[in-house]
Design a protein around this ligand. Structure first.
Ligand SMILES: Cc1cc2nc3c(=O)[nH]c(=O)nc-3n(C[C@H](O)[C@H](O)[C@H](O)COP(=O)(O)OP(=O)(O)OC[C@H]3O[C@@H](n4cnc5c(N)ncnc54)[C@H](O)[C@@H]3O)c2cc1C
Length: 569
């Protein structure tokens, strides 16, 4: 059997290697139009920032490795330019010589990835404007940055009396995860960075109240945010810099500009071959990665996937799914019955010592599709036991089905333990777990690593309390019409207070019940929700209509940040 694989990075390379492990006799040809196969594009921002110093570290395997270890014919600088599904042939063009040859296949796998979005804006081709997709892209940025630095350093020496070296300026356009990784790395390189984002939040996949915390974190690290503002064009400034002009009429001068506007599935070949393209613009495949064309498979960023939670078609360009899909396509070609389960979009971004991670569906998406059968909780558990030095809180939002408790999604941010919790929740979500399963999850614990009630258990317990009606829940936006009861200590109120709330510290509550209305819904506040829950239990058992405000003052802080941001502060 002869298999041709188009694209030699995440999906293509994992498909090729798996195929060989399953079929020693198969003839496998993998073509890649770029100069490298199997490279770590996820590491590119860190190579630009100098964290990964050597370019060679990004090259996981090369043509020789594939030949020697897997007996796979790998050709770099070789582009597939046309497919004939009826004749079962592919035309390959040697990029250097232009020579075109025709090759027949029994099975064809497309893993061409996605192309960076590059809108036709005035000045977009000016030198100094880059995107980050390949190793050569990263090399070009590094060279440009180094040249720029040398130029600025030269100025510094020339002036003789100048003591403050001017800071180079960077503008990153697009606040998705690649944009944020570039922001962090450029700050590390000494740049003054402005992030321009058309939407009103960074990381559009997470909910706005968590994005607000990320934005505050960016500002604390000196990043200037220009949200709600799209780029209108670029102009060459007289001093060699680039003026980035936005739709609101602002101008941001930059020594380097990074375009991180997202990616579009590369469907050029698939369209030419008449393969079905889905409603989101990716190649349409079934659970076994089969396209509409006979004996043609497609994997990775180029395909549409079913969202695991909503069941809707979506585009989720991530390395994990691309690798798994490559492996599944290989399994199916080798005669096995493997199936792709869909994608949850599980992701993580590191940012100035903190991490933001998420899995499953966001509240925004549920609202967009009109799904109201959900509840959400906010919680702020420590990443490890509070008594062990260095405990840091994790801000968590967990979303679950009201009707049956099924876990739907989670978002977390903090400086420690975020990856572990979201990875556990992601695995459980994929297994169809409910919040009652989270209560019972048995996770490793010693004080430096977690708590006897791990944040995952804690989330399950809080959510289960809500569904068992032990803790009727409210949120700040719904609490405005009710009676507000604050059960914190007076000392805490000196720091931050809700003016409309009656303060009765938890320890005094049983003796002061007469001060509370029996004909109104009482919304109970504390710092994080825990004491409010204890108070809610007291009130419910004394015949009051009480609800705990989820996340207490800490979740209100999200809202405060929100308001600050809207005012441009
Ligand atoms: C800067 C950056 C950081 C990232 N960080 C993360 C991360 O931290 N976590 C994560 O999960 N994901 C991350 N990703 C996304 C991840 O890299 C992709 O989801 C994954 O590489 C997709 O695999 P793929 O095989 O579909 O496409 P790619 O890995 O992009 O490979 C496609 C290859 O096909 C080649 N090709 C296209 N057309 C042809 C043709 N006609 N003939 C021959 N060759 C062709 C292309 O040159 C390309 O090399 C990142 C991506 C980038 C760019």
């Amino acid at each position: 059997m002869k298999i041709i694989i188009v694209g030699g990075v995440a999906g293509g390379a994992s498909c090729a290697a798996r195929l060989r492990r399953l079929d020693e006799k198969a003839e496998i040809l993998m073509v890649e139009r770029g100069p490298y196969v199997s490279y770590a594009n996820c590491g590119l921002p860190y190579h630009v920032g100098g964290v990964i110093e050597r370019e060679a570290s990004l090259l996981v395997a090369n043509e020789q490795t594939f030949r020697a270890q897997f007996a796979i014919d790998v050709r770099t600088g070789c582009e597939a330019i046309e497919i004939s599904p009826t004749k079962k042939t592919v035309q390959l063009r040697d990029v250097a010589s232009g020579e075109v040859t025709t090759h027949s296949y029994d099975k064809l796998v497309l893993s061409p990835g996605a192309a960076s979005v590059r809108p036709p804006l005035p000045g977009i081709d000016l030198p100094g404007i880059f995107h980050v997709r390949t190793v050569p892209d990263a090399r070009e940025i590094r060279e440009w940055v180094e040249r720029g630095s040398a130029f600025l350093a030269g100025l510094h020496r020339y002036s003789g009396f100048q003591t403050v070296r001017p800071k180079p300026r960077a503008v990153v356009i697009g606040g998705g995860f690649i944009g944020l990784e570039m922001v962090e790395n450029l700050v590390h390189c000494g740049f003054e960075v402005t992030l321009v984002e058309m939407l009103d939040q960074v990381l559009p996949v997470i909910d706005p109240e968590h994005a607000r915390v990320v934005e505050a974190h960016l500002k604390r690290h000196g990043v200037r945010l220009a949200l709600n503002d799209g780029v209108a064009g670029f102009k060459q400034a007289a001093n060699g810099a680039i003026d980035v002009e936005t739709k609101s009429g602002k101008t941001y001068p930059a020594d380097v500009v990074i375009l991180a506007l997202g990616v579009r599935p590369d469907t050029t070949l698939a369209k030419m071959a008449g393969l079905e393209i889905g409603e989101r613009g990716g190649i349409r495949v079934d659970e076994q990665m089969r396209t509409s064309g006979p004996d043609i498979f497609a994997v990775g960023d180029a395909v549409e996937v079913k969202d695991f939670v909503t069941g809707q078609w979506s585009l989720i360009p991530l390395a994990g799914p691309a690798n798994r899909q490559g492996r599944i396509a290989a399994d199916v070609i080798a005669g096995r019955d493997s199936r792709f389960r869909g994608t949850q979009g599980t992701s993580i971004v590191g940012l100035f010592g903190a991490a933001i991670a998420w899995t499953g569906v966001s509240e925004k998406v549920l609202n967009r599709i009109g799904d109201t059968d959900y509840e959400k909780i906010y919680l702020y558990p420590n990443a490890h036991a509070g008594y062990y030095p260095g405990a840091k809180p994790i801000a968590m939002k967990v979303i679950f089905r009201k009707s049956d408790g099924r876990l739907l999604g989670a978002q977390a941010l903090g400086e420690d333990g975020v990856d572990k919790r979201i990875s556990v929740l992601a695995a459980m979500l994929q297994m169809g777990a409910t919040i009652y399963d989270l209560e019972e999850a048995e996770l490793c614990y010693a004080p430096q690593f977690g708590s006897a009630k791990d944040p995952v258990n804690f989330a399950g317990m809080v959510a289960a309390d809500v569904l068992r009606s032990d803790m009727p829940l409210s949120h700040w936006n719904g609490a405005k019409t009710g009676f507000l009861l604050d059960v914190r200590e007076p000392m805490e109120l000196a720091v931050e207070k809700v003016p409309e709330a009656l303060n009765i510290p938890l320890g005094q509550l049983r003796g002061r019940l007469a001060e509370l209305p029996r004909d109104r819904e009482i919304h109970v506040i504390c710092r994080s929700g825990q004491r409010a829950y204890y108070a809610t239990r007291i009130l419910l058992q004394n015949g009051f209509n009480a609800k705990t405000i989820s996340g207490g003052m800490l979740s209100l802080a999200h809202n405060y940040l929100f308001e600050t941001n809207e005012e441009g502060g």
